[in-house]
Design a protein. Structure first.
Length: 158
């Protein structure tokens, strides 16, 4: 008889635990980010009446926020844009380049651009600022290129 009572206790515990997990997951699923619109914007009438463009239209070129200002980056230098996981560089001629800031060795974020190389602090990998190719340390693969474009003296994702 004691095994029967013990079995019910175990079932009750499992049932209660399952319900608690289910309730917690349900709360996670129905939550929406505050920035998402409740309804799509109305369709454009195409009247050309001088009103601002619909919010769904993107500016020509891709990125809205610049990754960097060209004149803020010295030739043979660069800047790591951590929140975008992008490193933007300028070669000796001043041409801008951009690469993924994720090191191809172990996935750390590169931390600096100095003396013509992009540098990873984790294991000492170094990458060429113009090509992203590894030039030192344990990394064997180049940094992935990121398409960018120059607009009004700033560098944007393309």
């Amino acid at each position: 008889m004691m095994t029967h009572g013990r079995s019910l206790d175990r079932r009750a515990v499992l049932l209660t635990g399952s319900l608690a997990v289910g309730a917690a997951l349900t709360g996670c699923v129905v939550e929406q980010p505050a920035s998402s619109p409740a309804a799509p914007p109305p369709a454009s009438t195409g009247s050309g009446n001088g009103q601002q463009p619909e919010p769904t239209e993107r500016p020509q070129g891709g990125g809205v926020k610049p990754l960097a200002v060209v004149n803020d980056i010295a030739p043979q230098g660069g800047v790591v844009v951590k929140d975008e996981k992008v490193v933007v560089t300028r070669d000796a001629e001043g041409t801008p380049h951009a690469f993924s800031a994720v090191c191809t060795h172990r996935g750390c974020l590169v931390a600096s651009v100095e003396q013509g190389t992009i540098n990873c602090p984790c294991h000492g990998s170094k990458f060429d600022i113009a090509t992203g190719a590894p030039v030192g340390g344990p990394a064997k693969s180049p940094l992935a290129p990121v398409s960018v474009e120059l607009r009004d003296g700033s560098i944007f994702r393309a």
